[in-house]
Ligand binder design. Structure first.
Ligand SMILES: Cc1cc2nc3c(=O)[nH]c(=O)nc-3n(C[C@H](O)[C@H](O)[C@H](O)COP(=O)(O)OP(=O)(O)OC[C@H]3O[C@@H](n4cnc5c(N)ncnc54)[C@H](O)[C@@H]3O)c2cc1C
Length: 387
């Protein structure tokens, strides 16, 4: 059986290889919001973007914000341990997961974790289940930690003719001990896909850097003062900033639309999501570009730069599946040579099964196999996925 949330998982995990589908579409209720204990109780089919719409009125906030938040579900987010642009400051889904109601193969229902902010009894099975890609159990109720809504938010969009300058600017942000909530980027060629959406913002061809700050008024003012000093010092003149929700959304649309614009380029989009140490990211990207040149293809590169999470999207035509597989394998090889991970957020699913074997040792691979057997001895959950 394949548990399916919104179906936006990018490694093909929600597509059944055999057996049936469990749909959570109708389990979409917000069951409780506890303002004192600071948690929210949700059914797994709640659309992620709806959580903050509800919390906003209570001045509360759930930070993980995958770019697919308008269509993915919180159950899918837990199963893939989803991150998002704000992961740099706030962390990923597992950082907020307090408790799961989980149905295990055979029908046993267990509560894993507590509603308290801390628990330490036994192994951390909650962390194991978070990111288990529907392989170990099915989540039917989810309790997430929530925090006070930051009073103020600002999103700054900057254009850089030279990608080198963009990277060195990010380095300076970090060296200056600034603490943005968002550090995202889109490489020049990638920006060209959504160019008409940004004409109002930026004058000419450039790679884009998105930097966000949030917090209380004073905090944001302090960070912004330091940030604008840096902008001035570095002579960066292509800057557009949004402080109200509407403008922030308008800037964000550029990034959100990207996947769908890449999709329009061909038959399908293949999406890689390497995780690389930030200081090696620039070198990594130039290797990826060299690789794509050999195949006469364009890599669409963007990502959560603050986390070193570099997405490489490849749009391809029907019949090119084997070439895509070959390129994908070579991207994993480069990633591993840079001591990175082949999947920083999408998970292994179907598409990265071979990459998983490349990344972990046979010993660790076997531990994963044994854990799967303990939870699901007859391999009825997401059969054929990950292993
Ligand atoms: C445009 C776009 C942007 C994206 N941006 C991001 C991003 O910024 N960050 C990020 O991390 N990911 C991102 N993703 C990937 C994807 O959206 C996330 O992985 C998301 O968490 C998947 O949720 P879903 O509801 O669509 O799950 P599905 O795709 O339906 O399922 C994903 C996996 O979870 C399992 N599953 C689903 N529900 C349950 C449940 N209740 N119990 C147990 N297992 C379950 C499925 O079997 C499958 O293995 C993006 C995808 C797209 C298309």
């Amino acid at each position: 059986m394949t548990p399916r949330g919104g179906g936006t998982g990018l490694s093909g995990g929600a597509v059944p290889l055999k057996g049936g589908i469990i749909s959570f579409e109708k389990m979409n209720k917000i069951l409780d919001i506890d303002e004192i204990n600071q948690y929210i109780v949700l059914e797994p089919g709640v659309i992620t973007g709806d959580i903050n719409k509800i919390l906003f009125n209570k001045k509360l906030f759930y930070p993980p914000d995958p770019a697919s938040l308008d269509s993915c579900t919180i159950g899918g987010n837990v199963a893939t341990n989803a991150g998002g642009p704000k992961a740099f400051k706030y962390g990923v889904t597992s950082s907020y997961l307090l408790q799961l109601e989980c149905v295990f193969p055979g029908g046993r229902i267990e509560l894993i974790g507590k509603r308290t902010k801390k628990w330490n009894t036994g192994f951390n099975l909650l962390k194991l289940l978070c990111g288990s890609e529907g392989l170990l159990g099915v989540f039917t109720k989810i309790v997430l930690r929530i925090i006070p809504l930051p009073e103020k938010e600002i999103l700054i969009l900057m254009g850089f003719e030279e990608i080198k300058k963009l990277f060195s600017f990010v380095e300076k942000i970090l060296r200056n001990k600034l603490f943005p909530s968002i550090i995202e980027f889109m490489e020049k060629e990638t920006v060209s896909l959504v160019r008409e959406k940004i004409e109002n913002f930026l004058p000419s061809e450039s790679s884009l850097l998105f930097v966000g700050f949030d917090g209380n008024e004073k905090e944001v003012e302090y960070q912004m003062e330091k940030f604008y000093d840096l902008i001035e010092k570095e002579k960066i003149d292509r800057v557009f900033a949004g402080t109200d929700r509407k403008t922030i959304e308008r800037i964000w649309e550029v990034r959100k639309k990207l996947f769908y614009e890449t999709e329009k380029m061909g038959f399908r989009v293949h999406s890689e999501d390497a995780g690389i140490e930030l200081k090696r990211a620039e070198e990594f990207i130039s290797e990826i570009k060299k690789l794509f040149k050999i195949y006469n293809k364009t890599p669409y590169i963007f990502g959560h730069l603050g986390d070193g999470n570099i997405h490489v999207n490849l749009s391809y035509k029907r019949g090119e599946e084997d070439i895509v597989k070959e390129i994908s394998g070579k991207i994993w090889d480069i990633t591993l040579r840079y001591e990175g991970t082949i999947t920083a957020e999408h998970g292994v699913g179907i598409l990265k099964k071979e990459g998983f074997k490349k990344e972990v040792s046979p010993f660790i691979y076997q531990i994963h196999r044994k854990i799967k057997k303990i939870f699901d001895p007859h391999e009825i959950l997401n059969p054929g996925k990950v292993f």
